[in-house]
Design a protein around this ligand. Structure first.
Ligand SMILES: [Mg+2]
Length: 346
């Protein structure tokens, strides 16, 4: 049995079917597409994401309201990773027969709308259907640039310093609790980890602020984990990277329920934090002017010549290769060990 690599499929699609049109500023292969409609002052940024029951979530682990929040959050996070501000979105939902649609949809939209309001994103349409295979959600979100400033995955240079927002590995620590059967959380730290997993906060303000002030040379959001998403940033920028384990902003509380905070920070997915690079000459100004009301940022390493990611796991440890083993949708699943439909026979 061979597993299909998501990166490879995206590259194949971009090569065979990707648009070559002067109004497309950024096509397939970044966090979102960027287009310049004729006559528009600004660029429009477009992204789409699916959430599937038993692949991306379990119904018993999340309320419809939390699922509504998360479905929109993953899309807004991709807009944030381009430096765009959210504007509009559409929602397509397919529900199985055993769900009473009216009540479920009302609760789903309550969670989704609360997040949308906070980010000035406006619902403008969608579709509703029946599903033979559990709950399926697909959201498309549109964002707008400021002064046509976007931050791509490409654009980083050797020497640029790498930063992340927030805390890494907290969503994975929340998922671990759910897998252990703890859905409520016994204290504030467990509840905080569960919140990170169920209702992640997209870093829209930070992304837009970085674009507006031209601090970041490249950026990606951490959906599949640092060990998967950093190589994507490096490949697009044509660089390698070196990061330091001791510098990573960990969530050490998860040790209490048997997690390895460093492992989760590196390989755990769904943190939806931003990972970006800043030219050395701009780093001091970034750190001095970064708004205190935003989630903290932490310098974790730098881009370098060559390719691939190396890291020092512990203080004083030798630099070693960081192998990707984050969450690849086509290789492994977050909530189920196997899902035969996604396996490629051969
Ligand atoms: Mg992304």
């Amino acid at each position: 049995m061979r597993y299909v690599d998501e990166n490879k499929i995206v590259r194949m699609l971009a090569g065979r079917f990707g648009a070559r049109n002067s109004s497309v500023i950024q096509g397939i292969g970044d966090d979102a597409a960027v287009v310049h409609p004729a006559g528009s002052r600004e660029y429009w940024v477009i992204t789409t994401d699916m959430l599937l029951e038993d692949v991306d979530f379990r119904k018993t682990w999340m309320t419809p309201a939390q699922l509504g929040h998360k479905s929109l959050a993953v899309n807004l996070s991709d807009l944030a990773a381009m430096g765009a501000e959210p504007r509009y979105f559409t929602v397509a939902i397919a529900l199985p027969e055993d769900i009473e649609p009216k009540e479920w949809i009302l609760r789903f939209y309550r969670g989704l709308s609360a997040l949308a309001r906070r980010h000035n994103a406006v619902l403008i349409g969608g579709d509703l259907s029946r599903s033979p295979l559990g709950v399926q959600i697909s959201i498309t979100a549109l964002g707008e640039t400021f002064d046509r400033r976007i931050i791509r995955r490409a654009g980083g240079r050797p020497g640029d310093l790498l930063y992340v927002t927030g805390t890494l590995g907290k969503a994975a620590a929340g998922l671990a609790l759910l897998q252990q059967g703890s859905t409520k959380g016994r204290n504030s730290r467990e509840q905080s980890a569960l919140r990170s997993h169920r209702t992640p906060e997209p870093r829209c303000e930070v992304g837009a602020w970085l674009a507006r002030h031209r601090f970041a040379s490249c950026m990606v959001d951490l959906s599949d984990g640092l060990s998967m998403d950093l190589p994507r940033l490096c490949e697009a920028s044509g660089t390698g990277a070196e990061i330091s384990g001791p510098l990573l902003p960990l969530f050490p509380a998860s040790r209490a329920w048997g997690c390895d905070p460093l492992r989760h920070a590196v390989h755990g997915g769904e943190d939806f934090e931003l990972l970006f690079a800043v030219p050395v000459r701009r780093a001091a100004l970034l750190e001095a002017s970064y708004p205190a009301r935003y989630p903290r940022i932490t310098r974790i390493g730098r881009l370098c010549r060559g390719s691939g990611v190396n890291w020092t796991p512990h203080p004083g440890a030798r630099m070693e290769r960081l192998d990707p083993s984050g969450f690849d949708h086509f290789r492994r699943q977050v909530v189920t060990a196997t899902f035969p439909a996604l396996r490629h026979p051969g």
